[in-house]
Design a binder for this molecule. Structure first.
Ligand code: THU
Length: 132
């Protein structure tokens, strides 16, 4: 099996485990994310909602922020996986795309599509994204 396929399966498995910890009492939409860094480390996150709805943080950003907090240098994301408990289509939201691009402009993102897991590059998901 190719290493990219192994990475995909590992990240999807990690994301499925992470979604079990989602705190989503308002939407009842549990999401899990896993990221693979260039140095080989993986991090996971789940969505965390709040009674003040706008304070909700998505699973993807929680995974990325955990990686940043555990890294002395800027982490480089090479792959991301996102799953949800309902198994419905769920690609990263616009805010998460911008944050993924910050640390993984060349990353591949796997997420649940209509019938199967879809793989897209960050360049496809965020055309002409904002950078400084
Ligand atoms: N959500 C994520 O965590 N990631 C996504 O890619 C899409 C949406 C969360 C945010 C909110 O807690 C719930 O899903 C419903 O929007």
């Amino acid at each position: 099996m190719t290493s990219i396929l192994k990475a995909k399966q590992k990240l999807l498995r990690l994301a499925r485990t992470a979604l079990k910890n989602a705190y989503a009492p308002y939407s009842d939409f549990q999401v899990g994310a896993a990221i693979l860094l260039k140095d080989g480390r993986t991090f996971t996150g789940c969505n965390v909602e709040n009674a003040s709805y706008g304070l909700t943080i998505c699973a993807e950003r929680n995974a990325i922020f955990a990686a940043v907090a555990a890294s002395k240098k800027k982490p480089v994301i090479i792959a991301v996986a996102v799953v949800n408990r309902r198994g419905v289509p769920c690609s990263p939201c616009g805010a998460c795309r911008q944050v993924i691009a910050e640390f993984g402009p060349d990353a591949v993102v796997w997420y649940q599509g209509k019938t199967e897991i879809v793989g897209r590059t960050m360049r496809e998901l965020l055309v002409d994204g904002f950078v400084l």
